[in-house]
Design a binder for this molecule. Structure first.
Ligand code: FA5
Length: 332
């Protein structure tokens, strides 16, 4: 009886050694465990036989059986540890970042050259003590023309022909209406710049576009003269362009300034380009906004941002700014 059981134990051991050697996953290991140690498992079956042995043989048979059971249990634990370690290593391998792969290039945006130039102009004047003010692009006829001493039939309206929204409402043709809005809301002294977009029925060419940008400047105080105006402009041009540029100051006419001037700039040897209109604020404008022209004087100018950018970067056609070609815009 004992010999018979011992032979079956050897059979089960041989089979176990063979089957456990083939286990390659935790699922298979669990199947093997159940087949040997489960409630109806091979070893459990042998323990049932044990109970049928004569008492004298039980102790020896029990020892043999327990030896096998421990062998199987240790084997299962070892295999489980190995398989879990392998699974963990595989998970780490799968989740690892490959630092040698090239990254995904998202590209970095840049400010439009007109924005860069506007910010530079604002910086220079803010350092000189000017505030920044803004006004609406959709303006009334009153602010765009009438308050600036341009009555309905004035010939200057041809030069500044606009896009009309309805009678009395239009897209502003310059930033000068912001002067009026500022003076009507503040007492002198006033020292502001007003950057913004303007619209005119101008046919596009190398130096004109129907949409463009200006920076208005207005300084009102006691005792200001044309000499102050000229100094401010010269100082600004010197800071903005640096050496290698020339400036030309000549007479002009605007209904809202008296006297009036225009300013041209060129790179040494290049063509002259008009950058601004300027002048001493006309007494009629001061009266319109409730300032006393006997008390204060002032000056103003309207500067074209596109023209400044063209001169600074050597761009010979204004239309390039509005074609939105990043190969062009990315250069600045
Ligand atoms: C004016 O607009 C006046 N408001 C300027 C002014 C302000 C004079 C305060 C006196 C006191 P003008 O039309 O010349 O003036 O325009 C001024 C500048 O705007 C020009 O020198 C030019 O640089 C720019 N500009 C005008 N029209 C265009 C256009 N169609 N495209 C690009 N730039 C333009």
């Amino acid at each position: 009886m004992l010999r018979e059981l011992a032979a079956r134990i050897d059979e089960v051991r041989t089979r176990w050694e063979e089957e456990s050697g083939r286990v390659s996953s935790l699922e298979e290991l669990e199947e093997v465990r159940i087949r040997y140690l489960g409630r109806k498992g091979l070893l459990t079956g042998l323990f049932a036989v044990l109970r049928e042995l004569p008492p004298a043989e039980r102790a020896e048979a029990g020892r043999l059986l327990n030896e096998l059971r421990e062998e199987v249990q240790r084997g299962i634990e070892r295999l489980r540890a190995e398989l879990e370690a392998a699974a963990e290593a595989e998970r780490l391998r799968r989740e690892a970042y490959d630092l040698t792969l090239p990254g995904i290039w998202r590209g970095v945006g840049k400010l439009h050259p007109l924005t860069q130039v506007r910010l530079e102009i604002e910086r220079i004047f803010m350092e000189m003590g000017f505030d920044v003010a803004t006004g609406p692009e959709v303006e009334t006829d009153y602010y765009n023309f009438e308050a600036l001493n341009i009555p309905p039939d004035h010939p200057a309206r041809d030069e500044w022909d606009s896009f009309y929204i309805d009678e009395g409402l239009l897209l502003r043709t310059h930033t000068s209406p912001v002067q009026i809005r500022v003076m009507k809301s503040r007492k002198p002294p006033v020292r502001v710049i007003c950057p913004g977009r303007c619209y005119r029925r101008d046919t596009p060419d190398a130096t004109h576009f129907p949409v463009f940008h200006q920076v208005e400047l207005l300084w009102v105080e006691r005792g200001l003269t044309m000499a102050h105006l000229k100094w401010i402009i010269e100082e600004f041009v010197r800071q903005f362009f640096g050496p290698g540029y020339e400036m030309r100051f000549s007479a002009d006419f605007f209904p809202f300034t008296e006297p009036s001037a225009q300013v041209h700039i060129r790179r040494e040897g290049g063509p002259w380009l008009e950058i601004m209109g300027a002048g001493m604020v006309d007494p009629a404008v001061f009266r319109e906004v409730g300032y006393d022209p006997e008390e204060v004087t002032g000056f103003a100018f309207g500067l074209g941002i596109e023209r400044m950018a063209m001169l600074k970067y050597g761009i010979d056609d204004i239309r390039l700014f509005f074609q939105n070609d990043v190969r062009f815009l990315g250069q600045f």
